[in-house]
Design a protein around this ligand. Structure first.
Ligand code: FES
Length: 142
């Protein structure tokens, strides 16, 4: 995942396209991601794969800043932590996580993301020319 991808903040979408009540599927370097806003309105990015059975989380819905998987209804917080497993009160929630990536709104209209294995090296908006403002294409599911 993200092999050869530069460890810098990378524009992935326009902030205005990410609403509080709906997730946004994108691809970064061939990796499917789902963007959402948490309860405080901050952007976050998760691997678009449910930690249960791998269904695309972007098929689900946003509920109180969490993504609810369309298949069995697991709810995943913007941090990746699973916070609800329906019909299983004994589920060990602390052991269940999706894959989250650092994301933030850059100093402009863009949402940025960088690899999770190292801290971002560059954060200034001026390093991202406007023509790269929409560096990602929508996920087509194919
Ligand atoms: S595949 Fe997502 S809850 Fe089962």
């Amino acid at each position: 995942m993200f092999e050869g991808f530069a460890n810098v903040w990378t524009p992935v979408a326009l902030a205005a396209d990410l609403r509080a009540d709906r997730s946004l599927a994108v691809q970064v370097a061939g990796t499917p991601l789902v963007l959402l806003r948490d309860r405080d309105g901050k952007p976050s990015a998760l691997l678009d794969r449910c930690p249960h059975r791998g269904v695309a989380l972007s098929l689900g819905r946003v509920k109180d800043g969490c993504l609810e998987c369309a298949f069995h209804g697991w709810q995943i917080e913007a941090s990746g932590q699973v916070c609800h497993v329906p019909w299983n009160p004994d589920a060990k929630l602390s052991a269940l996580r999706g894959v989250a990536f650092p994301a933030r709104e850059l100093a402009g209209p863009d949402l940025g993301l960088h690899r999770a294995d190292q801290p971002a090296q560059r954060t200034r908006r001026t390093w991202f020319p406007r023509r790269h403002g929409r560096a990602l294409r929508p996920c087509t599911g194919g």
